[in-house]
Design a protein around this ligand. Structure first.
Ligand SMILES: CC(=O)SCCNC(=O)CCNC(=O)[C@H](O)C(C)(C)COP(=O)(O)OP(=O)(O)OC[C@H]1O[C@@H](n2cnc3c(N)ncnc32)[C@H](O)[C@@H]1OP(=O)(O)O
Ligand SMILES: CC(=O)C(=O)O
Length: 520
């Protein structure tokens, strides 16, 4: 591992500035543990003294966090203008957090000094010098975030550099150039970093917001130009459009730039940690996130699959396992024979010598998808369709005579659904009736009751998710409905699909597939 290169994660400070995110202290402790598992060097935990939750986080961290790789960092501002550093309560609160590292934010743009701080350029430099020296005297490692560094540099090439020199002269270990408004592009970042490096003697860092969609690219351009400290946040969460994504940064630094910035055993944890933090933040994971998204290595096009069949490297920029991800083949209207073959392999279905059956499946999927079916999220329905074309195809679970559902709205506001199913099973006619909180739930209960004597495994199965999509091409209430049902047996989940003009019939198709798959 490159010990002189810092990966600095600010999920718990800048990441918490994302609209809609609010971590509890317990969540913050959990996020810190998770980020430690991917081997980052520094975890910025928040701003003690500004947010009571952050003050509590640092107090609890002392006894509850046992970080293996990272050092904990407390964030705060330089002393206030015209106030002695010892007398500034924010500075005191930062010291009381008792972290080995503090990261101070300082103004480095003359406009901000004059208009936002309403002080002089000299006083701002004194604020930097006093505050850095104060923490160094108290035995802390000090990093300095130079806010608005790039915008400031465009207006005045000397002042930001002066702030960095002042910080280094006062004992700061890292001077971080921040693209606070996120308006930079990689070419500009690379140029400015190269120029600044030639003018200051000290370790430089980069902190990029994502307002141009270039935060990761800007950070990598800065690394290319010589910075050795990079800041990011989990999944790119952060103020406005967010920050550079720590997972994408780490993956690129290690696998593309050859910089071993985290221990090798940590890289395969990226996907798991990314998803776990999305859960804690209560944000659905971005399926298309580079490296760690569920779709990052999912292949839909038939031509891609045909080359992947020869060698997965032909259409993957990286072995997905390196970052803990998996390759998936999607079988849709865009599939060819190779897609079906690879999907069969993924599902554990032996397709050796089944060329004709594979051809029939490709044709069938294309026709069904043109009618609104969609198999890419419904692997279980696809597997049933595939097996139905093979020798020893499983026989249907039952023969349907009829089903009926009703919804009753009683005068007291209670709504009750009931369903009756009539099926033939091994020569026996079975009629069952059940209630449910909706017609589909009632149908599910009635069908399960009818089948469970012959298939006791169905007793353990329950509905985990039910999604309806109206396919608009017919319009209004006569539109085609696509239903996706996810079912679980407590250990595994599988998804099935049904399509029909009638929502109950669409649900019935998905339901029958779900139970058939369970019985298989
Ligand atoms: C670029 C970034 O993302 S930096 C991180 C930003 N994060 C946050 O702001 C989240 C936490 N912030 C807070 O809880 C509050 O804003 C606090 C506690 C920090 C300050 O609250 P208040 O005292 O009510 O002040 P307010 O937020 O209105 O203004 C900020 C003050 O800090 C001053 N200030 C801003 N940057 C700096 C700096 N780098 N050094 C010193 N003082 C600064 C401003 O001049 C202003 O001073 P004033 O009160 O004398 O006008
Ligand atoms: C420090 C910081 O978060 C910024 O300048 O964007």
């Amino acid at each position: 591992m490159t010990t002189d290169f810092h990966v600095f994660d600010t999920t718990l400070r800048d990441g918490a500035q994302r609209e809609g995110v609010s971590y509890s202290v317990a969540d913050k402790l959990a996020v810190a543990r998770l980020m430690d598992e991917i081997g980052v060097g520094f975890i910025e935990g928040g701003w003690p003294g500004a947010l009571p939750k952050d003050t509590e986080f640092f107090a609890r961290a002392r006894t509850e966090l046992d970080l293996k790789h990272a050092q904990l960092v407390a964030f705060g501002a330089t002393r206030k203008a015209g106030v002695a550093v010892e007398d500034d309560p924010q500075v005191r609160a930062l010291l009381d957090a008792e972290t080995p590292v503090v990261c101070l934010v300082a103004k480095s743009d003359v406009r901000h000094v004059r208009e936002a701080l309403r002080t002089t350029l000299e006083e701002n430099l004194a604020m930097v010098a006093d505050t850095v020296a104060f923490f160094v005297r108290h035995g802390r490692r000090v990093f300095l975030d130079c806010e608005h560094f790039f915008d400031g540099y465009a207006a005045d090439r000397d002042y930001g550099v002066e702030v960095l020199r002042t910080a280094f002269a006062s004992g700061a270990e890292v001077g971080v150039m921040c693209d606070t408004n996120g308006g930079m592009l990689p070419m500009g970042v690379g140029r400015v970093v190269t120029e600044v490096r030639a003018r200051v003697d000290g370790k430089l860092g980069i902190h990029c917001q994502d307002d141009t969609g270039c935060a990761v690219a800007n950070s990598l351009a800065a690394v290319e130009a010589g910075v050795t400290h990079v800041q990011g946040t989990a999944n790119g969460y952060g103020e406005r459009a967010g920050n550079a994504d720590t997972f994408v940064l780490v993956a690129n630094l290690v696998t593309k730039m050859g910089l071993p910035v985290v221990p090798p055993e940590c890289l395969p944890e990226l996907q798991r940690v990314s998803h776990a933090i999305a859960e804690l933040a209560n944000i659905a994971p971005d399926e298309h996130q580079p490296f760690v998204g569920a779709s990052a290595f999912a292949h839909k096009a038939g031509l891609h699959a045909s080359a992947i069949k020869v060698s997965p490297e032909l259409y993957n920029h990286l072995d997905p396992a390196v970052v803990g991800n998996d390759m998936r083949i999607l079988v849709t209207e865009m599939a060819g024979r190779a897609s079906v073959e690879l999907k069969g392999r993924e599902l554990g279905v032996d397709l050796a010598g089944q060329g004709d059956a594979i051809g029939r499946v490709v044709d069938q999927v294309k026709v069904l998808e043109a009618d609104g079916w969609s198999f890419e999220a419904a692997d279980a329905s696809f597997e049933l369709l595939l097996r139905a074309q093979l020798p020893n195809a499983p026989s249907p679970l039952f023969e349907l005579e009829s089903y009926k559902t009703s919804v009753e709205h009683w005068g007291n506001g209670v709504v009750v659904s009931e369903a009756t199913v009539k099926v033939h099973l091994d020569g026996e006619r079975i009629i069952t009736t059940a209630e449910g909180n909706g017609p589909v739930n009632a149908l599910d209960n009635a069908l399960r009751q009818a089948l469970v004597h012959r298939h006791p495994e169905l007793a353990r199965v329950s509905l985990a998710d039910y999604k309806v999509r109206i396919l608009g091409w017919k319009g209004g209430t006569s539109a085609t409905t696509r239903v996706l049902i996810t079912t679980t047996d407590g250990e595994r989940e599988w998804t099935t699909v049904g399509v029909h003009d009638n929502i109950v019939e669409a649900s019935w198709h998905a339901l029958v597939d779900a139970l058939t798959y369970a019985a298989l």
